[in-house]
Design a protein around this ligand. Structure first.
Ligand code: IDP
Ligand code: MG
Length: 166
């Protein structure tokens, strides 16, 4: 079955100039990219993204890590779509702990554990369809994706929009 998954190249991946390497590894999956952007990660976004980790002892460090406090203050966010996308992307990523990840997986090749004990594992990928939906809707608006993957609604929001001053 075709499905979609959120990928983040985390701040350590950007800082280490691994964007190209990671995208090349992901292209092995033959999946389609239906959305991509560079994004700053606010504390609100970081906390919402990792809300399932909030009781972990390393939560504070994890939030600092994903916000880029130790690296570049940005992530690259992508949505991959295609047959078994969630499973295929998780497989090339490897296990959460970079020391335990398959050595030829992205996390096995490029991840590390910091002295503060955070797994700096270069990449995030949604774990299942429920997480994928929550995460994609958190990181992307419907108009930022080139496919209609979830139901949308039209809302008339009366707000100022910034445009190019040409
Ligand atoms: P996942 O990223 O493989 O889905 P999660 O359990 O959702 O793994 O954890 C989110 C992130 O939190 C991981 O990618 C990693 O950066 C960090 N993390 C998870 N477990 C640990 C741990 O035991 N120690 C330190 N950092 C961890
Ligand atoms: Mg997870």
């Amino acid at each position: 079955m075709a499905n979609q998954t959120l990928v983040l190249i985390k701040p350590d991946g950007l800082k280490k100039s691994l964007t190209g390497n990671v995208l090349t590894r992901l292209s092995e999956t033959k999946l389609e990219i239906i959305g991509a952007k560079i994004a700053r990660v606010s504390r609100k976004l970081a906390t919402e993204h990792y809300r399932h980790m909030k009781d972990k002892p390393f939560f504070k460090e994890l939030i600092k890590y994903i916000m880029g406090h130790y690296h570049k203050e940005k992530v690259m966010a992508l949505v991959y779509w295609g047959e078994d996308a969630i499973k295929k992307v998780r497989k090339v990523c490897g296990s959460t702990n970079p020391e335990e990840a398959d050595t030829v997986s992205i996390r096995g090749q490029y991840g590390r554990i910091t002295t503060k004990g955070v797994y700096e594992n270069v990449i995030h990928a949604s774990a299942n369809a429920k997480d994928a939906k929550r995460e994609i809707c958190l990181w992307f608006g419907p108009d930022e994706l080139i496919a209609d993957i979830y139901p949308t609604k039209v809302q008339n929001i009366n707000k100022k929009t910034r445009i190019w001053a040409r």
